[in-house]
Ligand binder design. Structure first.
Ligand code: ADE
Length: 246
């Protein structure tokens, strides 16, 4: 079975959107993964097809109804083994490690919130895992869901093709990526660092590691503090793998 993202949203027309273009889009078109965007409103029961109501206890905005969303989740008929996520700024921050887990599974069901929130009872009753893509507030979960799906899709077998399967990039070893350069050799009086043109692969690798470490230490002290420690000399300890998030 192909990896599949099932998205529940009030705006299914937003999909595939950017996921239909470039790397993810080519992989989608060639059947390496599948995307299904379902309209939560199709599970509304009253004649106005209403999906939201005012918050219990008062306050601004509208809350997505538990009965309507639960019906939308149940109507997907998805088995329990599919991770059930809901995009929310109050969720656990998404990490590359969680992305890798999701990419290795059958593919998630993703609920996109709108309004002021979602009735807590459906989050509890359907075991939804709240996921945030960062400490800022979007107007809905759709763009967050697209970010999560994109991050997963590029890890699926066959999607990256000849490109490195993410081994050298930011977070794969707990470090930010070293700077890259390409032709022309001189750009506005700025040169490519000479060591990169030396042809000495060991020196290039050492330079890149030093750059990545310096960048991580200054820009992301949280990642730097949590990085995998180099093995002690003579102890022959292996470097822990997949410790990719802070
Ligand atoms: N919905 C609104 N803001 C969000 C965020 N930062 N992450 C995930 N979902 C969201």
């Amino acid at each position: 079975m192909v990896w599949r993202a099932t998205v529940l949203t009030l705006f299914p027309e937003m999909f595939p959107g950017p996921l239909g273009i470039s790397l993810a889009g080519r992989a989608l078109a060639s059947g390496l993964w599948a995307l299904e965007a379902r309209d939560i409103r199709d599970s509304a029961t009253d004649k106005h097809r209403s999906v939201d109501d005012t918050p219990a206890g008062g306050g601004p905005g509208m809350v997505l109804r538990a009965d309507v969303l639960a019906a939308a989740i149940d109507a997907t008929g998805l088995p329990q083994d599919r991770p059930r996520l809901v995009m929310s700024p109050r969720g656990r921050p998404l990490t590359q490690a969680r992305v890798a887990e999701l990419a290795a599974g059958p593919g998630p069901l993703i609920v996109c919130g709108r309004f002021e929130g979602i009735d807590q009872r459906v989050i509890d009753a359907r075991g939804l895992e709240e996921v945030s893509i960062g400490d800022y507030v979007l107007s809905g979960g759709e763009i967050a869901a697209m970010a999560l799906i994109d991050a997963c899709v590029r890890l699926l077998p066959g999607v990256m093709g000849k490109l490195s399967s993410g081994t050298d990039e930011s977070f794969s070893d707990g470090l930010l990526e070293y700077p890259q350069y390409t032709r022309p050799q001189t750009f506005e009086d700025r040169q490519i660092p000479e060591i990169l043109l030396s042809g000495d692969h060991a020196k290039v690798a050492a330079w890149r590691l030093a750059e990545a470490e310096a960048l991580t230490e200054t820009r992301r002290p949280d990642l730097w503090a949590a990085r995998p420690k180099a093995p002690e000399k003579g102890k022959n300890r292996k470097r822990p793998k997949n410790t990719t998030d802070g």
